[in-house]
Design a protein around this ligand. Structure first.
Ligand SMILES: [Fe+2]
Length: 599
């Protein structure tokens, strides 16, 4: 049975294909369209997942959309009516969009995909989140917590997964929302919502949480973690342009930080605010899971929803919370809704048996040696190929140890927002200057942004305060870079480029079975240096989607300060850099040294 799951019209449009219970392919549209957070119909992603599964649309049994448009519309309508006339502008605008587009998704999908509308199903937004996590987890039975900005009405749900069924037992409803509270602080600190949440999280170790009491004055929190906002501080329920009211800044002591100030420097006041909202978020989540544990008596927890991207909180929930093991899907945000919708239909609705646990995020496209070589030859790019794998990995490890910053393009690209060793920029974490070099010359981004380490799973406990799969746990979130753990104190000076301000690191544990080439290269680096850890950041420039095709990789390499580019076993040196035009690559960038490339 073949199920196509889709998520679109909000942000990060995606497609996923579940074939007889196995997730065979999943990808965000932005990788192909080259539009960051592309929210349009995921035409290219659909084409990709079908091709990968060896199917045409005629082989698909059901297409499942990740939410229920009419219920969401009802929520928007009721919110707009209850806040009229303040909501008049947003009401007009969203009516136009909903009535022309969003409400008629079924007939639009039927036409664009070429499938009978009787084969199109709709899952509930938070059920899609819950299903994305539970049905791809290794748990036969688990408690489930989903927390995001807002779905239809729900903004958080608690549930239980058993075998092939999920039951939602409790929900928190719009406009009260932990995700929207975090986003409100993202906006308050001068970052863009749905984009800047990572920056806020990355900024928190630079501040002290001295505003937690002030934040708690703006909300009520119950023992089960339910929250009620004092709506005089918030505007998101009636405004499209602003999330906060003036009262928000008045209450906290300063107005919202002007986003135009950019994000290159850190203002201590807003760093303290980032630290405060991080603590409040963790405390509320901890209340939620403590309650959920008590109610269900279960040992395992599946997390999903955009808030589960808060990898700092995830690890604290593991350490301080009551659950033995936690699973988070590699794409816990709305992109992951495509996977969840497909699994909800397959397992829950159609009563099919569970498939295998998802131990890997490598679900995207890949390129063969022939394709890479054809690309290099076509553009007269000088290269060498190191045929022997051992020799190649040794070459890469030595280049890293020698201080080279390298592009690494190998295997199927990653599902979800994190680069996990298929489309990565890599460097030596032992060199303190690497953080600055990568931020300034390669990523063209804020100096405070931390970099993540990729560590062999078997070596993780030596460098991080983290039990790699032991105590009966699988620690999948660390495979997907969804835990921030302390770097062991004696290793902080060994790993200065990946140790964050507060001594933590957002580790990715690398597993031999799912990413053998990346694993062996890091292992070789460890043999040479005694440190089987490398620095890993996504292969893109600031504001760009992660690279998908060799042309994106080569152009990113050419436009940045990278020293070497590895695509499969091909090596491209710095002197081969040049500008090439290639379809599907659009680089519109304002950075100092980046120029318009192709359109
Ligand atoms: Fe969501």
């Amino acid at each position: 049975m073949n199920i196509l799951g889709l998520s679109f019209y909000y942000h990060d449009s995606s497609a996923a294909l579940v074939k007889d219970g196995v997730l065979v392919a999943a990808a965000e549209e932005e990788r192909f369209s080259r539009l960051k957070h592309d929210s349009g119909f995921p035409e290219l992603a659909i084409e990709f997942v079908l091709k990968t599964a060896g199917l045409t649309i005629h082989d698909v049994d059901y297409v499942v959309f990740y939410e229920k448009p009419f219920v969401k519309f009802e929520r928007m309508l009721i919110s707009a009516m209850s806040t009229f006339p303040r909501s008049a502008a947003v009401f007009r605008e969203s009516m136009q969009r909903w009535i022309s587009d969003k409400l008629w998704i079924k007939s639009m999908m039927s036409k664009r995909i070429g499938i009978s509308s009787s084969k199109i199903l709709f899952a509930d937004h938070h059920m899609s989140h819950a299903a994305s996590s539970f049905f791809t987890s290794h748990f036969e039975e688990s408690a489930i917590l989903t927390v995001d900005g807002a779905g239809e009405w729900s903004t958080a749900t608690m549930g239980v997964g058993r075998g092939n069924k999920i039951e939602i037992i409790k929900e928190l409803r719009f406009p009260h929302s932990l995700g929207l509270l975090y986003s409100a602080f993202t906006a308050y600190c001068g970052f863009e919502i749905n984009e800047g949440e990572y920056k806020l999280m990355g900024m928190h170790p630079y501040g002290t949480p001295r505003f937690t009491d002030k934040i708690y004055e703006m909300i009520d929190v119950a023992e089960d973690g339910s929250i009620w906002h004092d709506m005089k501080y918030f505007a998101y329920h009636y405004s499209r342009d602003s999330t906060l009211t003036d009262a928000f800044g008045e209450h906290l002591g300063r107005p919202a930080r002007d986003p135009k100030l950019g994000d290159k420097s850190l203002d201590p006041f807003y760093c303290d605010m980032a630290a405060s909202i991080q603590v409040v978020t963790e405390e509320i989540l901890l209340k939620m899971i403590t309650y959920l544990h008590k109610e269900t008596g279960l040992e395992n927890l599946c997390l999903a929803g955009g808030v589960a991207l808060n990898s700092v909180a995830n690890y604290k929930l593991l350490v301080r919370g009551p659950f033995e093991d936690i699973y988070v899907h590699p794409a816990p945000g709305d992109d992951g809704g495509a996977v969840g919708a497909a699994y909800w239909a397959y397992n829950h609705l159609l009563d099919q048996p569970r498939g295998p646990a998802l131990g890997t995020a490598h679900l995207g496209s890949e390129y063969s040696d022939e394709e890479i070589q054809a690309f290099l030859d076509k553009h007269d790019i000088a290269y060498e190929k190191i045929e022997d794998d051992e020799e190649f990995f040794d070459y890469v490890a030595r280049a890293l140890a020698d201080g080279k910053v390298c592009g690494w393009f190998r295997g199927r690209f990653e599902w979800g927002p994190r680069a996990l060793g298929s489309r990565s920029i890599i460097a030596d974490p032992r060199k303190p200057e690497m953080k600055e070099k990568l931020n300034a010359k390669i990523k063209f981004r804020e100096a405070f942004r931390p970099f993540a380490p990729s560590v062999l799973e078997e070596a993780a406990p030596e460098f991080f305060d983290f039990d790699a799969p032991t105590n009966g746990t699988q620690q999948y979130p660390a495979r997907f870079m969804l835990y921030v753990t302390p770097v062991r104190e004696d290793k902080r000076s060994v790993l200065p480029a990946i140790t964050h301000e507060d001594g933590s690191g957002r580790l990715q544990t690398v597993v031999k079975e799912t990413n053998p080439g990346y694993h062996r290269m890091i292992e070789r680096f460890g043999e040479l240096t005694g440190v089987p850890v490398i620095m890993n950041t996504s292969f893109n420039l600031k504001g760009e989607p992660i690279v998908e095709h060799p042309s994106h990789a080569f152009n990113t390499f050419s436009l940045s300060g990278m020293d070497l580019l590895f695509m499969n076993n091909y090596v491209v040196h710095e002197k081969a850099k040049k500008k090439i035009a290639e379809t599907k690559f659009v680089l519109r960038h304002e950075g100092d040294t980046i120029t318009e490339l192709v359109s």
